[in-house]
Write a protein that binds this ligand. Structure first.
Ligand code: TXA
Ligand code: MG
Length: 346
C-alpha cells in the first residue's frame, strides 16, 4: 500500500494539511497522527470496515477493543448511553488530556470498534494537531497506539516510519509526544472507580477528584487467575527483542548487582544494556540507556529507549526499578510487561 507521509509544525499548524488528513479519515482511510501520549493509528470509529483496517495494520487480536477519540465533550452524548456525575467531574477536570473513560455504548459504535463489548473507551486528546484532525474528520476516531501489536508504543516519528510505512494510508509527523505513555483508563461502572491502565493522570490525581479509586488488581502482578479488565492488558506488550529484567533494591546495591550480571553476560558473549536514570549513566560497565532525571522524563523517554535496545543489538537489558507512586505506577506497569514480570532483587 502506498503511504502518504507529511510533516506538520505543531507550533504553526497548516490547516490545509489538517483538512486533507481529516478528509482521509472521514472517507474510511487509516491515518497515523501524533497525540500528547503516543502516536495513534486512526480510522473512523463509526465505520466497521475502517475500524477493521486498524486491526490488520497493527496485527492486533480482534477481541481487543479500540479507544475512541473525540475533539469536543459535546460529542460524547451521541456515542454513549449515559454520562454520570463522576464522568462529568473527570471530563471537566482532565479533558482535554491523557484520561480515557469507559461508558456504556450506544449502538452507533460498531462491534468492530468495541471488540464486541457493550462499553466504549473514550478520550479527548489535548494535542492540538490531534484534536484539529478529529474535528476536521467530523467523526469520532478510533485510534490505538501506532505500533505493531506487542511492540513498544511509538513516541517519535522515526519509530513509525520504519514499522508502519506501507501498512496505512497516511502518516502525519508532528512533535514528540509529551507524556510518552498511553492514557490512564478508568472504569466507573463498579462500586468505586477502577484504573484499568495507569498513565500520567495518576491515582493520586483521580482520588483528589473522586475519593476512593483503586487500581485493577490484576495489573500489579502477573497472576493468570485474575483477569485484566482492559482486554489489551492481557497480551504480550512493549516487548523489544532484547530480554528485559527489572532490578529492584536501593541504588548502590542495584548498581553492584547489575555490574555483576554484566560480567557474567559478557563471559557468555551476551551484549548487555542498562536502562537507568541520568545520574547513574556512568555507574555501569555496559551500554546505558538514559531515562532522564525524574519520573516524568522517564515516562517520556521509556518507549524510545526500549526501542533503542534492539537498534543497539542488546541481548539482555536491566532496568532500574521505580517507586510505585505517581507516574511511577505507569512506568512500572509498562516495564513489568516488557520484562514479562521478571524482577531481580538486588
Ligand atoms: O494514549 C492512548 O490512550 C493512546 C493514544 C493513541 O490515544 N491509545 C492507546 O490505544 O493506547 P490502545 O488501543 O493501544 O490501548 C487501548 C486499551 C487497550 O488495552 C484496550 O483493551 C482497552 O484500552 N480498552 C478499549 N476499550 C475498552 C473497553 N470497552 N473496556 C475495557 N478496556 C478497553
Ligand atoms: Mg497499545
Amino acid at each position: 500500500m502506498e503511504t502518504i507521509i507529511k510533516t506538520i509544525n505543531p507550533n504553526d499548524i497548516d490547516m490545509d494539511i489538517i483538512e486533507e488528513f481529516g478528509k482521509m479519515l472521514r472517507e474510511g482511510k487509516t491515518v497515523i497522527f501524533p497525540t500528547e501520549t503516543v502516536y495513534g493509528l486512526g480510522a473512523n470509529a463509526l465505520d466497521e470496515d475502517a475500524a477493521a483496517k486498524i486491526y490488520t495494520a497493527k496485527g492486533r487480536p480482534s477481541d481487543n477493543p479500540l479507544l475512541v477519540h473525540v475533539s469536543d465533550i459535546s460529542e460524547v452524548d451521541n456515542l454513549v448511553e449515559n454520562v454520570d456525575e463522576k464522568a462529568k467531574l473527570l471530563m471537566g477536570k482532565f479533558w482535554p488530556g491523557p484520561l480515557t473513560i469507559l461508558f456504556k455504548k450506544k449502538s452507533v459504535i460498531p462491534d468492530r470498534t468495541s471488540g464486541g463489548l457493550d462499553t466504549v473507551a473514550i478520550r479527548m486528546p489535548s494535542d492540538e494537531v490531534a484534536r484539529r484532525i478529529i474535528k476536521a474528520a467530523a467523526v469520532p476516531i478510533a485510534a490505538p497506539s501506532a505500533n505493531i501489536s506487542g511492540k513498544p508504543s511509538p513516541t517519535k516519528a522515526e519509530h513509525i516510519i520504519e514499522d508502519m510505512k506501507g501498512r496505512v494510508d497516511a502518516i502525519l509527523i508532528g512533535g514528540e509526544c509529551n507524556f510518552g505513555v498511553e492514557s490512564t483508563i478508568v472504569d466507573l461502572s463498579g462500586d468505586y472507580p477502577l484504573v484499568l491502565r495507569p498513565g500520567c493522570v495518576t491515582l493520586e490525581m483521580l482520588r483528589e477528584v473522586l475519593g476512593k479509586v483503586e487500581i485493577d488488581p490484576s495489573l500489579m502482578n502477573k497472576d493468570d487467575n485474575i483477569k485484566a479488565k482492559a482486554p489489551g492488558m492481557k497480551y504480550k506488550h512493549y516487548s523489544p527483542d532484547a530480554q528485559v529484567y527489572i532490578v529492584s533494591g536501593d541504588d548502590s546495591s542495584r548498581i553492584s548487582k547489575i555490574n555483576e550480571l554484566i560480567d557474567e553476560n559478557s563471559k557468555k558473549g551476551l551484549k548487555t544494556g542498562v536502562l537507568c536514570m541520568s545520574k547513574n549513566l556512568d555507574s555501569y560497565k555496559a551500554k546505558t540507556f538514559d531515562l532522564g532525571n525524574n519520573y516524568e522524563e522517564a515516562a517520556h523517554n521509556l518507549f524510545d529507549e526500549l526501542i533503542k535496545l534492539d537498534k543497539e543489538g542488546i541481548d539482555i537489558a536491566y532496568a532500574e526499578s521505580f517507586e510505585e507512586k505517581g507516574v511511577g505506577v505507569a512506568i512500572m506497569n509498562r516495564l513489568k510487561k516488557s520484562a514479562g514480570y521478571r524482577i531481580i532483587k538486588a
